[in-house]
Write a protein that binds this ligand. Structure first.
Ligand code: XMP
Length: 507
């Protein structure tokens, strides 16, 4: 076990992720956890994260000096490094030049932290303060042009500190440095696997929930599915899942979800078919945000009504994952689209507490947990699907006919992508039923039908994206099949816009 002590930095979970990637188990704990608690966990190492504070501030979060002499190896990052320096009597000063972004770095490759790292490399900096004078016993092991102590170490005491961020991708040898800390310095074995995460979290959930009742809104998406299966493995039928089928799902999706969770996992699943209710509410509405709002509200209403039938429950499960936590935490960001799956909580359901078993994980880690607990691959590797479903892929007002048309076109697109064997390389791909009709000719007859847009993007974080360069032959096949097999469609276009300036979805 390695403990990541959280000082409020932006990249803290990324540090935890890097540790897990090196196959070492880690826990993120608040900085003010007691030394006794830390010792009781018997960690092989501790990492101090970055954070927004300045060591001289009155309320600056500091560790007790004693923690730095327990013999447990420690790596301080950014604020964590300054704090280590400060507590041990070194000097921290305001830099004359702030360093932000990619910075050239010169390292001492003889130090175990930098084994296998190039002497002249680069790193990602983001700081205003730095260590100007290291504490006694420390040697400087890296510097940049303006930062005299980009890294320092007291090898005997196993204390290491880096001003830069090894956890971000932009530090090319960052992963290596973290592995060096874990293997060379903490002597971790690196034998932890995702199956262990699943086992441990099932164990913890079982302990926490005891004989209490749990309720979950299952959408069939990756996150809620994995969360539900973990809880189910922990407490079986004490978990009830409510699956609101709003009629805005892709072709056959509702049945697939029901099949997997009811039959394969033998879960307590209530499927609520309420297509008509949703379509009634959405009739004539063509504003994307209004559509989202209606669906979000209706969803909660249906969920509450079902939950009422069950009565009081103790826990409500949310499939929140780490990127959701960051996204919904950025208060100052402008609302581009009001994603309804984040933060929308039922007000009239009686529950004591929310459980979020995936809160610390990134999407690919969630998929791996899903695999570890035996969720079928088609569900685990499913691309993201927005909560409001096809309602935001039928541009303008929604009718059942339009939805059916889109479902068929989208199915063909996905089927051909699968046949071509290119799905792994695509971030998200789907069809959109545009509101545009145009003139065509079929069998000597004039047609006046809908245009379907195909959208496929390559992306790693869905915040930015580029359009996928799908082979023209594959696009040709898809286009051909859609116009031939789907009624009311006579034209196909391929969306070649990146995000920004466009968004991934059309609405
Ligand atoms: P955009 O269109 O904003 O999409 O570039 C980024 C990612 O978010 C998904 N998305 C949504 N997910 N509710 C959701 O749960 C929504 O209202 C919503 N809108 C977009 C989109 O599919 C993509 O993965």
């Amino acid at each position: 076990l390695v403990i990541v002590l959280d000082f409020g930095g932006q990249y803290n979970q990324l540090i935890a992720r890097r540790v897990r990637e090196a196959d070492v188990y880690c826990e993120v704990l608040p900085y003010d956890v007691s030394i006794e608690e830390i010792k009781a966990k018997n960690p092989k190492g501790i990492i101090f994260t970055g954070g927004p504070s300045v060591v001289y501030e009155e309320k600056a979060p500091l560790v007790e000096k004693e923690l730095l002499s327990t013999g447990i190896p420690i790596l301080g990052i950014c604020y964590g490094s300054q704090m280590m320096g400060f507590v041990l009597g070194g000097e921290v000063a305001k830099a004359t030049h702030r360093e932000y972004g990619k910075t050239d770095l010169n390292v001492n490759t003889n130090n175990p932290l930098f084994e296998g790292v190039e002497e002249d490399t680069s790193c990602w900096m983001s700081h205003t303060y730095f260590i100007s004078n290291p504490p006694e016993g420390f040697e400087v092991i890296a510097k940049t042009e303006t930062c005299p102590v980009a890294a320092m170490a007291d090898v005997d005491k196993k204390l290491y500190a880096v001003q830069f961020h090894p956890e971000v991708m932009h530090t090319p040898y960052g992963k290596q440095m973290i592995s060096n800390f874990l293997y060379n310095i903490c002597k971790c074995k690196g034998d932890w696997v995702m199956e262990d995460f699943a086992k441990e979290s099932i164990e913890r959930l079982r302990e926490k929930i005891g004989d209490k009742q749990v309720l979950c809104a299952l959408s069939g998406g990756v996150d809620s599915s994995v969360a539900a299966v973990l809880i189910h493995k922990a407490v079986g039928k004490q978990l009830t899942c409510i699956f609101v089928d709003h009629g805005l799902l892709r072709k056959d999706e509702g049945d697939e979800v029901e099949q997997v969770f009811k039959e394969e996992f033998d879960m307590n699943l209530i499927r609520v078919n309420c297509e008509d209710q949703f379509l009634d509410k959405l009739a004539g509405k063509d504003d994307p945000e209004e559509k989202r709002k209606i669906i979000g509200e209706e969803f909660i209403r249906v969920f509450e009504a079902e939950a009422k039938k069950i009565g009081t429950v103790d826990y409500l499960v949310q499939g929140t994952i780490y990127p959701d936590v960051i996204e919904s935490g950025t208060k100052d960001a402008a609302v581009i689209k009001s994603h309804h799956n984040v933060g929308g909580l039922p007000e009239h359901v009686d529950f004591k507490e929310i459980i979020e078993p995936l809160r610390d994980l990134f999407k690919d880690e969630v998929r791996n947990v899903g695999r570890a607990v035996g969720i079928p691959e088609f569900l685990v590797s499913r691309q993201p699907f927005p909560g409001p479903g096809l309602a935001i892929r039928v541009i303008g007002d929604i009718t059942k006919d339009k939805l059916d048309t889109l479902r068929e076109a989208d199915f063909i697109f996905r089927e051909e992508v699968k046949k071509a064997g290119i799905s792994d390389g695509l971030g998200q791909y789907f069809a959109v039923l545009t509101n545009l009709r145009s003139v065509g000719v079929m069998g000597d007859e004039r047609t006046y039908n809908y245009t379907v847009a195909l959208r496929s993007v390559d992306t790693s974080d869905f915040m930015t994206a580029d359009w996928s360069r799908i082979d023209h032959e594959i696009l040709a096949r898809i286009s051909n099949r859609i116009v031939n097999e789907v009624d009311n469609v006579n034209r196909i276009v391929y969306d070649i816009t990146s995000k920004p300036p466009a968004t991934i979805e059309w609405e």
